[in-house]
Design a protein around this ligand. Structure first.
Ligand SMILES: CC(C)(COP(=O)(O)OP(=O)(O)OC[C@H]1O[C@@H](n2cnc3c(N)ncnc32)[C@H](O)[C@@H]1OP(=O)(O)O)[C@@H](O)C(=O)NCCC(=O)NCCS
Length: 199
């Protein structure tokens, strides 16, 4: 992988695999946990969600087997670079898996990776409207900043109003609609930085 980034996970101070907030637990997806498999499948087989996540063509998941493979692949990706995190959002009160929050590498259109990362979120439709995406993203971002990451990009289609609202609730710096060096086209972008220490 020829990366200039430090290697390792726990030893190098990676993000804990158990983050708790007031209402949520953030943890890696588990292939043997049916609510996780169902949540991954529900989200990735719904064109109304998938169409916001990447460029077309939009490929929908066909079955739970694909959802399990997706979960396994996320663990491999994190093993390759401990800054790449995909966390299940589990609602403490019900045990349900509401969706996911993630930090992923941003790769330039020419294929280059220059140390940029984005934070993103997706919820099952039934779990929206409760503040879970914002609560989860705030906690994951703070955990990332605590291990030394100093900037997270938030990048979306310009008309993704619910996602922009999450970014604004997080207090991210709004950069406006710009030429997107990673996904191409025009994207609405924000930048999230560690909170300044109060002296
Ligand atoms: C983007 C997405 C995660 C936003 O979900 P969301 O539920 O609107 O966002 P939050 O979890 O932060 O919840 C905020 C809403 O919960 C409400 N809410 C209710 N109880 C709340 C509480 N206790 N605390 C905070 N907010 C609460 C807020 O008022 C807000 O509702 P509003 O938008 O009607 O004002 C969701 O629309 C989604 O999964 N979209 C598809 C995937 C996607 O686009 N991902 C982003 C790609 S860039």
């Amino acid at each position: 992988m020829g990366s200039h980034l430090p290697r390792g996970g726990w030893e190098a101070g990676g993000v804990s695999d158990l983050i708790e907030t007031e209402r949520l637990t953030l943890r890696p997806f588990r292939v043997d946990h049916q609510p996780d498999v169902e949540a991954v499948y529900e989200i990735h087989s719904d064109l109304e969600i998938v169409r916001w996540l990447d460029n077309p063509p939009f490929v929908l998941m066909a079955d739970h087997e694909e959802a399990r493979a997706w979960i396994e692949r996320r663990a491999e990706i994190e093993a390759e670079d401990f800054r790449q995190l995909q966390r299940a959002i589990e609602v403490k009160a019900t045990g349900e898996t509401a969706g996911s929050v993630s930090i992923q590498r941003l790769v330039r259109q020419d294929g280059g990776f220059v140390g940029e990362y984005e934070i993103g979120w997706k919820l099952r439709p039934a779990a929206t409207g409760a503040g879970y995406a914002t609560e989860a993203a705030r906690a994951l971002a703070l955990a990332a900043f605590a291990i030394g990451m100093d900037e997270l990009v938030i990048d979306m289609y310009p008309d993704n109003a619910p996602s922009a609202a999450v970014a604004r609730r997080l207090g991210a710096e709004e950069l406006g609609v710009r030429d997107d060096p990673w996904y191409g086209g025009d994207s609405l972008m924000f930048r999230l930085r560690p909170p300044r220490a109060v002296s």
